[in-house]
Ligand binder design. Structure first.
Ligand SMILES: Cc1ncc(COP(=O)(O)O)c(C=O)c1O
Length: 390
């Protein structure tokens, strides 16, 4: 299985983003990791190989990505998958029928769909709780609980879980703490520092950052757990192709340059929206009015570019979604370009209307992914789009 290069770990974040996991290619010294387009590897003799046998198990391009992201998260082992969902699915295969998982109620809709529509039929049990309150996490634990899974900030309501508090619960009870760090990225938040056991991402989002591939990655520290996940990765086979791994690896090289700009644009856009719509209608942990701003400030180094806004009705939401010109109406997030979406009918369509209503994902909610364009152009776009509501 892939393990970080120890000598990568001493460097600063930007240096790790650019170099970790990568060494000049031995044949010609190519500075960029080649895309190893191969399904198999020639063996020297019976039982003699260079450590590579078949590409489902290992691929050097994929390994470079795995080492790179593991180094950024401050973990030891990385496992790249064909999508964020493929990654969550493989993580869940660490458990068996009868195991119980306490899951944040406001996780990405696809994560909820996987658990609710598929995995519970295989005997896994899930409780969905508001993880903003650690006591609720504690109360949901049962004798057969094996893990706590949280996403923070959440998609799309930007709710924050106190990672140290749930980390304390998981350690005390001997549970695994699994954290979806897709929204914050390791640039802003390092769940391992708070007691996480598994940190995962949809690399489709900020890690790749250019909206040109779909992928997932899990990072772990524990050798025994990592051995089990490597077995699942190879046995179940949800691996990324080498070119997608390479695109994600190219993306991480600029993570430390992109994230501050996403954050800066996010803060400016959130401030504009709060002024226009009222602070209670805008969900962005970087706003002082966000009920969990102090916690967010404590456990995150920045707030990123994701913002949700309650427009009051589907009709008013549709006006904005239809009028924006710089923001594009599309699913997904975390790319250099700004996007706008409608969670109720897009990312969270698989959550029942009743459950959505109980969470606060209304038909009037819209979600912004602020890219890295000139913020004046983003604000001007909002001026003209919101102007139609007057
Ligand atoms: C927070 C979060 N986790 C996981 C996923 C799933 O990742 P993917 O779309 O790469 O399968 C998404 C996708 O939107 C997401 O937003």
């Amino acid at each position: 299985m892939t393990r970080v290069f120890d000598d990568d770990l001493g460097a600063g974040f930007g240096t790790r983003a650019i170099h970790a996991g990568q060494r000049p290619e031995p044949l010609a010294g190519a500075i960029m990791t080649p895309v190893y387009l191969t399904s198999t590897y020639v063996q020297d003799g019976l039982g003699q190989n260079k450590g590579y046998e078949y590409a489902r198990g290992k691929n050097p391009t994929r390994e470079a990505l795995e080492r790179n992201v593991a180094a950024l998260e401050g973990g030891r082992h990385g496992f790249a998958f064909s999508s964020g969902m493929g990654c969550v699915d493989s993580i869940m295969k660490l458990f068996r029928a009868g195991d119980h998982i306490v899951c944040g109620e406001n996780v990405y809709g696809g994560t909820f769909r996987l658990f609710d529509k598929i995995l519970q039929h295989f005997g896994l049990e899930f409780s969905y709780v508001d993880t903003r309150d650690p006591q609720r996490v504690e109360d949901a634990c049962r004798p057969n609980t094996r893990a706590i899974l949280v996403e923070t900030p959440t998609n799309p309501l930007m709710r924050i879980t106190d990672l140290s508090a749930v980390g304390e619960i998981s350690t005390r009870r001997g549970l695994l703490l699994i954290v979806d760090n897709t929204f914050a990225t390791p640039f802003f938040q390092r769940p391992f520092e708070h007691g996480a056991d598994i940190v995962f991402h949809s690399t489709t989002k900020y890690l790749n950052g250019h909206s040109d591939m779909v992928g997932g990655i899990a990072v772990l520290n524990d050798d025994e757990l990592a051995t089990r996940l490597q077995f699942i990765l190879n046995a179940a086979g949800a691996v990324p192709g080498p070119f997608d791994a390479w695109l994600a690896l190219r993306g991480t090289k600029t993570l430390h340059l992109r994230m501050p700009r996403h954050d800066e644009n996010g803060r400016r856009v959130a401030a504009w929206l709060a002024e226009r719509m009222g602070h209670e209608q805008v969900f962005y942990p970087g706003l002082e009015s966000h009920p969990q701003h102090a916690l967010a400030k404590r456990q995150m180094r920045g707030f990123g570019g994701m913002i949700s806004v309650e427009m009051g009705s589907r009709e008013r939401a549709a006006v904005i979604l239809g009028r924006v010109r710089v923001f594009s109406l599309a699913e997904s997030l975390g790319g250099v370009e700004s996007l706008i979406s409608h969670p109720a009918s897009m990312t969270h369509a698989s959550v029942t209307p009743e459950f959505r209503a109980s969470l606060g994902i209304t038909d009037g909610l819209i979600r912004f992914s602020c890219g890295v364009e000139d913020v004046e152009d983003l604000l001007e776009d909002l001026e003209q789009a919101f102007g139609a509501l007057d």
